[in-house]
Write a protein that binds this ligand. Structure first.
Ligand SMILES: *Cc1c(COP(=O)(O)O)cnc(C)c1O
Length: 360
């Protein structure tokens, strides 16, 4: 393949090569229509098929029944930060687990609509761990409990879920959606910007159980009401059609590669390569988070000096590994290993990093 790099970008990020090739092959003439799907009406039979089958793929892959609505919204995961409290924080308080910058942003928006209880936080320890499930405290009458399952910037991830009883559990899964198996029926709502594990930016996947949907506040602007999009199957207005189409191709790729179990297996092997390297040379590669909270998707680490970090990023780039710079708020190195990164990519990067260590 001509000049494809190993792309470790944190988002937008690498897409499966097979998906890009398929999109390329269908770009000029989508299934005999003489135009691309981008140029088709969102009311056409072709787009209707894309819309319906993407919803079905989501339910099938996640093991969810018809009580879950699947929606394709716009405005990024960040718009969900305000849409959720706008629709559901109508009385009492909402509970949030604060595990880093994305949670903090979600909390800031929720406070515009009502009372917020921080049910647990690892802020005092620079967010280097996920709080213990037993330490997450919230009222049994809370409107919902919100968690961020993977903390893209800090490099931590939930590896178990809080038991919320009757309180709806809502998760921002932007950076680990569809990366592993999980009992998704424990969630009342899951949302994710597509640009990490599901496709291009511009479309946000929202999965919502009907009982939560029905609790939504009435009288809000039409476009900011979840019921609008659920009832019209994301066709109330013009949806981000090309993004949904690419998401469909990505979900088919996941299905054809063993589903979420298949993703989990390969993602485990990928993260093991990098963490094994870190653990075998802790004086050189310093992991920044506690071991039992380590993310499989975003591995954050520091080297002995900032000069060495810069040097590694520069040399990696010349060797064809891009996107390894840590988030500007934390520095260091970040290795993002989303679904579309191959095991070969992770292995080659580990070998490059080991070589870099020996030379320096
Ligand atoms: C990237 C990211 C977001 C922001 O998504 P946008 O689509 O840019 O709004 C929110 N939450 C998490 C966990 C993310 O990784």
């Amino acid at each position: 393949m001509a000049n494809r790099v190993y792309n470790f970008n944190p988002g937008p990020s690498t897409l499966p090569l097979e998906v890009l090739q398929k999109a390329q092959s269908e770009l000029l003439d989508y299934r005999g229509t003489g135009m691309s799907i981008m140029e088709s009406s969102h009311r056409s039979a072709e787009y209707d098929e894309v819309n319906e089958s993407t919803m079905t793929l989501v339910r099938d892959l996640f093991g969810l029944d018809d009580s879950y609505h699947v929606m394709f919204l716009t405005g990024g995961a960040s718009s969900q930060f305000y849409m959720i409290p706008m629709n559901f924080l109508t009385k009492g308080e909402a509970a949030y687990v604060d595990t880093g910058s994305w949670s903090t942003k979600a909390i800031k928006e929720a406070k515009l609509f009502g009372d917020v209880k921080v049910a647990a936080s690892s802020k005092e320890d620079d967010y280097k761990y996920i709080p213990k499930m037993d330490d997450i405290k919230f009222g049994t009458d809370s409107a919902y409990l919100h968690i961020t399952t993977n903390n893209t910037i800090k490099g931590t991830q939930f590896h178990s879920l809080p038991d919320t009883g009757k309180v709806p559990l809502i998760a921002d899964m932007s950076s680990d959606i569809a990366s592993r198996r999980m009992d998704f029926s424990r969630f009342s709502m899951i949302y994710a910007g597509a640009q990490k594990n599901l496709g291009p930016s511009g479309v946000t996947l929202v999965i919502m159980r009907d009982d939560l949907l029905q609790q939504g506040k009435d009288g809000l602007p039409t476009m900011l009401t979840y019921k609008t999009h659920a009832e019209k199957k994301s066709l109330y207005n013009t949806p981000p059609t090309f993004g949904v189409y690419l998401m469909k191709l990505v979900l088919e790729w996941i299905r054809d590669n063993g589903g979420l179990g298949g993703m989990e297996k390969i993602n485990a092997a990928k993260k093991d390569r990098i963490y094994e390297l870190i653990d075998s040379h802790p004086d050189f590669f310093r992991g920044t988070v506690e071991k039992d909270s380590r993310s499989w998707m975003n591995i954050t680490l520091r080297l002995p000096s900032e000069e060495l970090e810069k040097q590694l990023i520069t040399e990696a780039k010349s060797a064809g590994f891009i996107g390894l710079k840590g988030h500007r708020s934390v520095g260091g190195i970040r290795v993002s290993l989303y679904n579309a990164m191959t095991l070969e990519g992770a292995e080659k990067l580990a070998a490059f990093m080991e070589d870099f260590r020996k030379k320096n």
